[in-house]
Write a protein that binds this ligand. Structure first.
Ligand SMILES: Nc1nc(=O)c2c([nH]1)NC[C@@H]1CN(c3ccc(C(=O)N[C@@H](CCC(=O)O)C(=O)O)cc3)CN21
Ligand SMILES: CC(C)C(=O)C(=O)O
Ligand SMILES: [Mg+2]
Length: 285
């Protein structure tokens, strides 16, 4: 039985304490948020992956704050129980703290998200403190951070060397200490993500980080088999929505062309005498 109580930062922490896995899924619009909510996900992420998944860019870098607000508005109209988190996009949290607060504030005031997510490690600690002091809940994101793809040299697994693994552990602890209420770990080896999850008291949410995290997140279109592009190895497909949609559109096109659509039940009529009168008056056909 899926609970109907709204998810909160406190209930998420409780889930970790009780060993109940946290389910997070991205959504980018009203119908996807509705479906995610009805299916009982705990958290919805309005990810900047929307740039690649629904806007057709080849990275998350072109995504703007206005794009994120636009999609967040649609998602929050479709979700009431699930906890909605929105990504701060590329370069919207690297200026002054005042600018960052204004940007995060717009996500919450205009988009009505309950929290923001930012990519990066210990260097973000002062910023996170200021956000949480201002009442803005923050989710951290370490490991593969797609906004740095051109520095990382591609979408690759992170934390494989002893130094890189130690840095991820140090970053995770620094982010917890700075006040993030949850931490996303992307493309991190399972043993390392498990160790980090055990050492933190806040929930960890993995994507390509193995089964030892406190929760999992995946991209909506990836689990549904809906959408083109490269699908990462960590994705499991739970549906074939793309194939279903393709088949339906092809059938529609076929029936328009052969006249099977529209049929009588899709058609409006008026009384014969009304149209007869018009014909009688010589209406042009
Ligand atoms: N549709 C979609 N799903 C995602 O999960 C996703 C996006 N888009 N866009 C933003 C980021 C980019 N992500 C990605 C993209 C590619 C790989 C990838 O190809 N990884 C390699 C692993 C390479 C290695 O072994 O180091 C793979 O084979 O999966 C991983 C994460 C995750 N995010
Ligand atoms: C893949 C998840 C963690 C994300 O940041 C996104 O969807 O943008
Ligand atoms: Mg993202």
């Amino acid at each position: 039985m899926v609970s109907t109580k709204p998810v909160t930062t406190a209930s998420l922490k409780e889930q970790k304490k009780n060993g109940e896995k946290i389910v997070m899924l991205t959504a980018y619009d009203y119908p996807s948020a509705n479906l995610a909510e009805e299916a009982g996900v705990d958290m919805i992420l309005v990810g900047d992956s929307l740039g690649m998944v629904v806007l057709g860019y080849d990275s998350t870098i072109p995504v703007t704050l206005d794009d994120m607000i636009h999609h967040t508005k649609a998602v929050t109209r479709g979700a009431s129980r699930a906890f909605v988190v929105t990504d701060l996009p590329f370069l919207t949290y690297h200026g002054t703290i005042e600018e960052t607060l204004r940007n995060a504030g717009r996500i919450m005031q205009e988009g009505l998200a309950k929290a923001v997510k930012i990519e990066g490690g210990a260097e973000l600690a002062p910023l996170i403190r200021r956000c949480t002091q201002a009442g803005i809940p923050v989710v951290g994101h370490i490991g593969l951070t797609p906004q740095s793809v051109h520095q990382l040299g591609g979408y690759k697994v992170q934390g494989k060397t002893p130094e890189a693994a130690q840095k991820l552990l140090d970053d995770a602890k620094a982010l917890e200490e700075a006040g993030v209420f949850a931490l996303v770990m992307e493309c991190v080896p399972e043993q390392l993500a498990t160790l980090i999850s055990k050492q933190l008291s806040i929930p960890t949410i993995g994507i390509g980080a193995g089964a030892g995290c406190d929760g999992q997140v995946l991209v909506y279109h990836d689990i549904l088999g809906y959408g083109g592009g490269h699908v990462p190895k960590f994705v499991k497909r739970y549906g074939e929505a793309g194939a279903i949609i393709h088949q339906a559109i092809a059938q529609y096109a076929h029936e328009v062309r052969n006249g099977a659509f529209p049929a009588a039940e899709h058609t409006f009529t008026i009384k014969e005498e009304v149209i007869g009168q018009l014909y009688g008056e010589g209406v042009k056909q």
